[in-house]
Write a protein that binds this ligand. Structure first.
Ligand SMILES: Cc1cc2nc3c(=O)[nH]c(=O)nc-3n(C[C@H](O)[C@H](O)[C@H](O)COP(=O)(O)OP(=O)(O)OC[C@H]3O[C@@H](n4cnc5c(N)ncnc54)[C@H](O)[C@@H]3O)c2cc1C
Length: 409
């Protein structure tokens, strides 16, 4: 591109689905603006945005009124429109959330209430027989049917956003790791390892490194990102008939993850997972991937120590599922008892960026931190892929307000 490096109205650090959706939403509002996306990898969406379950979440789980609930519901509609408009594959296949024991049954009422408060319609409590009509191989005391849940390929959504950004005159610079940002009266000086430049405003959407970039750029932030790897197995083709759509357990109220589940993929095949184990490096996709500095940083963080004390039992069970296929399959057998260890083969993994507070709680919502001229997206966990276009709207509106404030309008 021929634009001079100093001439950008907005630069976005991080080319995952949230950064790209933000750039695209900005360009929708201000086609005259020069927008730059800086991505440290050699391609966009190399991390969470293409290493996820591909589920279009309906909003049944999230606290009514929270940013997750509001952006999930709004993002859901925007995402479906976007996929339709650009010929991207998606399917609204519905899901069931399964109570495997009578003790789990009341949790379905809570989810039904939450989902209804979040504006979902068509939610239905099912008995064991009705559950089997939808998923013949599931054993359930009861289940909640969520017809709005769906599947897509977020990697492809991100690629499409990138293409549209470039088509609209935006610039995407890969292989460019942003080191730090300095806000000055003239704009924000961006220091990257292979580049230096200025922009009037900067948004950071750095996923697993969102805290590092915000802190290095002078933001005051008490949360830290903890990386939780999620590992998947895949059903062998001859056993795919065991699962028709999406089958989830009732979430463990003591543990902030959804539990291993079955997901039909839009590209074909059925995945089972992901579990949730602390990764020993932020982009640690394999069990033995280790970065001493990053691991030491996590272990030394008071918030992690408190989290580990609170959840050690669940964390240990997740570790067992990581190291033993038998344990992993045992969790899946609570949903589909016929499943056997031989029916699944190890598949890919992803690492979730989860902001943890010093008190040892995983921050339960999206988190934005604003400093002069810079907006940091500090926590964008699931359902941020579903919600990405709505988060992008929020980011765009906030950046426009920043600009208006500066011009005194
Ligand atoms: C296992 C798993 C399953 C999930 N399942 C679902 C699901 O089914 N449905 C759903 O809605 N959500 C799901 N999610 C969540 C969803 O994938 C994420 O919330 C979403 O992708 C976050 O997007 P992002 O752009 O913030 O982060 P990322 O996709 O991680 O993007 C951040 C980008 O910033 C870049 N970056 C980092 N530091 C720098 C720097 N200093 N300079 C330049 N670039 C930098 C990174 O290379 C990366 O490309 C899942 C996540 C995981 C891990």
């Amino acid at each position: 591109m021929s634009l001079p490096d100093s001439a950008f109205d907005v630069a976005i650090a991080g080319g995952g689905i949230v950064g790209l959706a933000s750039a695209w939403q900005l360009l929708q509002r201000r086609p005259d603006w020069r927008v730059l996306v800086l991505e440290k990898e050699d391609r966009v969406a190399a991390h969470q945005s293409s290493r996820n379950s591909g589920v279009i979440h309906s909003g049944v789980y999230y606290r009514p009124g929270s940013l997750r609930a509001l952006n999930c519901r709004r993002g859901y509609g925007l995402l479906l429109d976007f996929c339709q408009q650009h010929g991207l594959p998606y399917e609204i296949c519905g899901k069931i959330i399964v109570a495997a024991t009578p003790e789990e049954r009341p949790a379905l009422d809570v989810l039904l209430e939450r989902g209804t408060a979040n504006g979902l319609t068509g939610l239905r409590l099912l008995g064991p027989e009705e559950t089997r009509e939808i998923e013949p191989h599931v054993r359930a005391v009861a289940a909640l049917h969520v017809p709005q849940a769906g599947i897509t390929d977020y990697g492809r959504v991100a690629q499409k956003l990138a293409a549209l950004i470039v088509q609209a005159g935006g610039v995407i610079r890969t292989d460019t790791r942003v080191r730090r940002l300095h806000a000055t009266p003239e704009g924000v000086r961006i220091e990257a390892d292979t580049w230096e430049g200025m922009a009037q405003r900067v948004v950071t959407c750095a996923g697993l490194y969102s805290d590092h970039l915000a802190l290095r750029s002078g933001a005051s932030l008490d949360v830290r990102i903890l990386p939780f790897r999620g590992e998947y197995y895949e059903l062998k083709p001859e056993r795919e008939h065991l699962v028709r759509h999406l089958i989830y357990p009732v979430p463990n109220p003591n543990f902030p993850f959804l539990g291993v589940h079955f997901t039909r993929m839009i590209t074909g095949g059925i995945e089972a997972g992901p579990n949730a184990v602390l990764a020993f490096r932020r982009e640690g996709y394999h069990r033995w991937d280790l970065h001493l500095g990053e691991l030491a940083e996590a272990l030394a963080f008071k918030g992690f120590q408190r989290l580990a004390r609170r959840y050690w039992r669940d964390g240990w069970a997740e570790m067992q599922r990581s190291f033993s296929k038998k344990h992993f399959v045992r969790a899946l057998q609570r949903l589909v008892p016929e499943l056997q260890p031989d029916d699944v083969v190890p598949a890919r993994s992803g690492v979730r960026a989860m902001a943890c507070t010093p008190e040892g709680q995983l921050h339960d919502d999206f988190l934005f931190v604003e400093t002069p001229r810079i907006l940091h997206v500090c926590n964008a966990p699931s359902p941020a892929a579903t919600a990405s276009l709505a988060i992008g709207e929020t980011v765009a509106e906030r950046v426009l307000k920043m600009t208006l404030a500066k011009q005194g309008k």
